[in-house]
Design a protein around this ligand. Structure first.
Ligand code: NOJ
Ligand code: CA
Length: 555
């Protein structure tokens, strides 16, 4: 026997990057589980529910902010990036949550809010106290106003939450806030700001987090001189067109810096960008090989429910991310948009923001949402699931004004307060509010509808055909089917009118068929039926997909 015939020692293939096809579950901490009965969800509440998430079959959780904050924007106004707000717990609770999640095989991603701080952040308080010329003012965007006496804002930028993006302080200067007045924007040209965020990253990485969701990732760098946006200001802010305050090329240097830090840590720590950029091509810049790992696909989230537009957005998304070797990151709901159970039924359903959600037929909405979720979970790439969508929760559209807390609602000319309706606390069990969200009698910071008893986790667990069991089954198939491990293996296949169909190749092939039309459609028997988002008609050899129904097959 010669050396040439001896097989080389087996080299273990590196494990595929976990995040490329991970299902990541968004927890909105104040609405997930309340451990102490104050009506607000908290970190110990989450830790107690981790087994539920393991059993659901997700790979990771993303937690919206739980840091020290006056809660002017539900924690997206951070006063201290290294402490936990007492309403949510302590740093020790965060550590326990991370350890507990890891023990169950779940990764933990935390929110990072670098575009702005709270007005109660130590730097901003010093900036105010120090007056004009204070070095701390340079860490934010302070300017003198226009007009004879500086009584007009320095430029015409509107706040995303309504009204001008500038507030005047007692000494006459103005400061910039793209969101609420309580959220002053940092000046990312200042080296202290850059250094500070690098140490904040390390603080949480050292505590064991697996990554960060980067809030307003497209907003950190503003165009020099802060020029006016001119007409169509609102388009600029929503990332539809080019804007002096969003998606400037300069932000990418920051992410290259962060990537180097993430890569220093073992275990593939990641970052996902919340970047409302004007095109998929611009979004793809955030996920170049030396930048962030994922970027939410909001173009997909905002696409109407019909074959042509869904086909087009999926195809374009895959193509755009392919140019940089990144996976696509699908999402249908989050804490800022109308839940897809309601949204996909509305006229102008492609819109995601700035609109009052309307009443829809909830049964039909749930059927469509289940079909949409089954489609999303069949696509190559990573998918984010927002807490409660696995229960089929609808948007709550009739919250009385006095309970609403979204700052946008209270800035009269801004958006319509639509964000509270997707933040109503989760129903876990029981027949009366707070449905196990917290201890009996503890209440919930937003009232839960009477109709939610039937939607609770306890009401759906183990029940054939429930939305919770559909998600569990879908996530189990996603893990087990060989074709679903691929991250860029989608191939469109011909389908009858109204039906979208694709296959994914693997040791066994996988097919997904979705009836988006309003008529039942016979699709034959493409293979072994793995999953259906709702009841099917026809016979085993000629399956009929009712409208708004998705089926998965192994072929
Ligand atoms: C995006 C967050 O998702 C949203 O909830 C928040 O209001 C803004 N960024 C400002 O931080
Ligand atoms: Ca609590």
């Amino acid at each position: 026997m010669t050396d040439a015939l001896i097989a080389p020692p087996a080299v273990e293939a590196p494990p595929a990057s976990w995040w490329r096809n991970a299902v990541i579950y968004q927890i909105y901490p104040r609405s997930f589980a309340d451990s102490n009965g104050d009506g607000i969800g908290d970190l110990p509440g989450i830790t107690g529910r981790l087994p539920y998430l393991r059993d659901l079959g997700v790979d990771a959780v993303w937690l919206s902010p739980f840091y020290s904050s006056p809660q002017a924007d539900a924690g997206y106004d951070v006063a201290d990036y290294r402490t936990v707000d007492p309403i949510f717990g302590t740093v020790a609770d965060a550590s326990e949550l991370i350890t507990g999640a890891h023990a169950l095989g779940l990764r933990v991603i935390v929110d990072l809010v670098p575009n702005h701080s709270s007005e109660e952040h130590e730097w901003f308080r010093k900036a105010l106290a120090g007056g004009p010329g204070s070095p701390f003012r340079e860490r934010y965007h302070f300017r003198t106003g226009k007009g004879d006496n500086g009584e007009l804002p320095p430029n015409d930028w509107p706040s995303i939450f309504g009204g001008p993006a500038w507030t005047r302080v007692a000494d006459g200067e103005w400061y910039l806030h793209l969101f609420a007045a309580e959220q002053p924007d940092f000046n990312w040209e200042h080296p202290a700001v850059r250094d500070e965020f690098k140490t904040i990253l390390r603080f949480w990485l050292d505590l064991g987090v697996d990554g960060f969701r980067v809030d307003v990732a497209h907003g950190l760098v503003k165009e020099d001189g802060l020029p006016d946006v001119g007409s169509h200001a609102e388009w600029h802010l929503l990332g539809v067109g080019e804007s002096p305050c969003f998606d400037r090329d300069g932000v990418h240097e920051i992410y290259r810096d962060w990537r180097r830090i993430l890569d220093e840590y073992p275990g593939e720590r990641i970052a996902v960008a919340e970047a409302w950029a004007p095109s998929l091509a611009r979004v793809s810049h955030y996920v170049r090989g030396d930048e962030l790992h994922q970027a939410f696909n909001f173009s997909y989230l905002g696409t109407a429910w019909n074959v042509h537009e869904q086909w087009q957005i999926i195809d374009e998304s895959l193509a755009a991310m392919r140019t940089v070797g990144a996976p696509t990151t699908w999402t249908l709901s989050n804490h800022d948009v109308v839940r897809h159970t309601t949204r996909l039924m509305q006229a102008g359903e492609g819109e995601v923001a700035g609109r009052k959600p309307a009443e829809v037929d909830q049964e039909a909405g749930l059927r469509r949402a289940r079909a949409a979720s089954a489609l999303m979970l069949a696509l190559p790439g990573s998918a984010y699931v927002y807490q409660g969508e696995e229960l089929g929760l609808p948007e709550v559209i009739d919250l009385p004004p006095e309970v609403r807390q979204d700052p946008a609602f209270h800035r009269a000319t801004g958006q319509d307060g639509y964000r509270d309706g997707c933040r109503v606390p989760i129903p876990w069990s029981g027949t009366a509010a707070p449905y196990g969200f917290g201890p009996d009698g503890g209440g919930s910071w937003l009232p839960q509808p009477d109709s939610w008893a039937g939607l609770s986790v306890a009401a759906q667990a183990g029940v054939d055909g429930s939305t919770l069991e559909l998600y569990r089954a879908a996530l189990a198939v996603r893990k087990a089917h060989p074709a679903l491990a691929g991250t860029d293996n989608l191939r469109w296949v011909p389908a009858p009118a109204g039906v979208l169909a694709f296959e994914r190749d693997g040791a066994e092939n996988f097919r997904c068929t979705v009836n988006m039309g309003d008529q039942p459609v016979a699709v034959g028997r493409p293979g072994e039926l793995l999953l259906a988002s709702g009841p099917l008609d026809g016979t085993p050899d000629n399956v009929v997909l009712p409208p708004d129904t998705t089926a998965w097959w192994s072929i």
